[in-house]
Structure formats: structure tokens, C-alpha cells
Design a protein around this ligand. Structure first.
Ligand SMILES: *Cc1c(COP(=O)(O)O)cnc(C)c1O
Length: 223
């Protein structure tokens, strides 16, 4: 199947009010260009070096989302062009993003990443940690940051009940944060969850953004 056909299939299972982030990590620029030519404009990468290289070679109306772990010292190299940083997992990172966004006179959109999977390796906050961060910035506001919602990755498993449970948990975190911190905030509205194997479950459980790579481009080769 071609990228075009795959995209058509994926698009057919995603309601139009839900955002599709086309996950392009490890894929060559020519493949991104194909997705672009099919009309896709939101691309997600998980590595800073790769997102910088690719954005320089591709059309400027692409909305780039960083979806992988971000080190504080690399914030300054991506803030000038990224639409959204989905993988915020510390106060220190939020503060640095704010500082760099101020320098570039922009408001940087971010999501708070949560650890919802069973695997140890995945980054992200838990509810208690995020409340400490949000309490802190309530008193010390960050003027150049817009926290637009939450992001998470479910356990890599075939067990649908497990996956559903984790998506529900992320949705419940969103609801708690919305009511306790963002009740009058129109920007806090996104729940980014669901990948190639589970995006339909994620949509059923309340996702507003899904992040799909393999189903569009085929298996990745990390070599
Ligand atoms: C790679 C990646 C995806 C896409 O995964 P696929 O299974 O290829 O669709 C989604 N989200 C994050 C954070 C990723 O790193």
C-alpha cells in the first residue's frame, strides 16, 4: 500500500474534529513530502536533531509537534519553529520553554505528558507531581506558555482492556486538571492519546489528538 492509500484508510477512521499528528520519525524527507502532498500539515517527531533537519527541508506551513523527550538544553533550538511540545514532563522544562518563547516573542503551546503505561521506561508526570507544578506556576505565572492539555502513551500490549483502562485514566486526569486548574481556560482542551495500534480505542475514550506513524509509513527501521 502507498502512503496515500494508507493515509486514506487512517483518515477514514478518524472523525474530522480530531487532530491527526502524522508521526514521521525515522522516515526520509521524501515520505514526509508525500504525506504533505496528500494534504497533511501536522507532523510529529521525537528527536530534536531530526525535527530541526527536516523542518529546514520542508514547506514552512507544516505544524511541527515534538512528541519525544526534550532536554532543557535543547529547548532553544526548537522553540523558534515548533507548533506544540507534547512531551513536557518537568517544571524546569516548562520554565525553560517559557524563557525561550519570551525571547522569540511567541506563546508556546505545550501538553503535559503523563506516565500511564506499565512500562518503566516511558517518561511523564503522575498526578501528584503535576499538581505541584501547577500550584507553583499559579503563584509564579509563566507568561509565554499555553498549557493545552495532556498526552500519554498506553502500554504496548494486545490487551484491549488494559489499554482502555490507561486511556480512561488519562481522560480522568484531564478532567481533574480541567476542573481544578483550567476551568475558565479555553485552551486547555486536548487529550493526545492513541497510536497505530490503538487510536480507535483512544478516540472512543475521548482523545482529541491521535499520533499515527506505522499505519501510514509502514514499519520503522531504526538502523
Ligand atoms: C512513535 C510514536 C508514535 C507513533 O507510533 P506508531 O505506532 O508508529 O503509530 C506516537 N506517539 C509517540 C510519542 C511516538 O514516539
Amino acid at each position: 500500500m502507498s502512503i496515500k492509500d494508507n493515509l486514506k484508510t487512517v483518515r477514514q477512521s478518524i472523525p474530522s474534529h480530531i487532530q491527526l499528528v502524522v508521526v514521521t520519525k525515522t522516515m526520509p524527507v521524501a515520505s514526509l513530502q508525500k504525506a504533505y502532498d496528500c494534504g497533511e500539515r501536522i507532523f510529529g517527531e521525537n528527536k530534536v536533531q531530526e525535527i530541526i533537519q527536516k523542518q529546514a527541508l520542508l514547506p514552512s506551513d507544516i505544524k511541527w509537534h515534538l512528541i519525544g523527550h526534550l532536554q532543557t538544553n535543547k529547548v532553544k533550538s526548537i522553540v523558534p519553529f515548533v507548533e506544540m511540545i507534547q512531551s513536557v514532563d518537568s517544571l524546569k522544562l516548562l520554565q525553560e520553554i517559557d524563557k525561550q518563547a519570551l525571547k522569540h516573542n511567541k506563546i508556546q503551546k505545550c501538553l503535559l505528558q503523563f506516565h500511564i503505561a506499565e512500562e518503566e521506561t516511558k517518561f511523564g508526570f503522575n498526578l501528584e507531581e503535576v499538581k505541584a507544578v501547577l500550584n507553583h506556576i499559579k503563584i509564579n505565572p509563566l507568561s509565554n506558555i499555553q498549557i493545552c492539555g495532556v498526552m500519554g502513551m498506553a502500554t504496548f500490549t494486545k490487551d484491549e482492556n488494559q489499554i482502555r483502562k490507561e486511556f480512561r485514566y488519562l481522560k480522568s486526569i484531564f478532567d481533574i486538571l480541567k476542573s481544578e486548574y483550567f476551568i475558565d481556560n479555553e485552551y486547555f482542551k486536548e487529550i493526545s492519546m492513541g497510536m497505530s495500534g490503538d487510536f480507535e480505542l483512544a478516540i472512543a475514550e475521548g482523545a482529541t489528538i491521535v499520533r499515527v506513524g506505522t499505519m501510514i509509513f509502514g514499519e520503522r527501521n531504526y538502523k
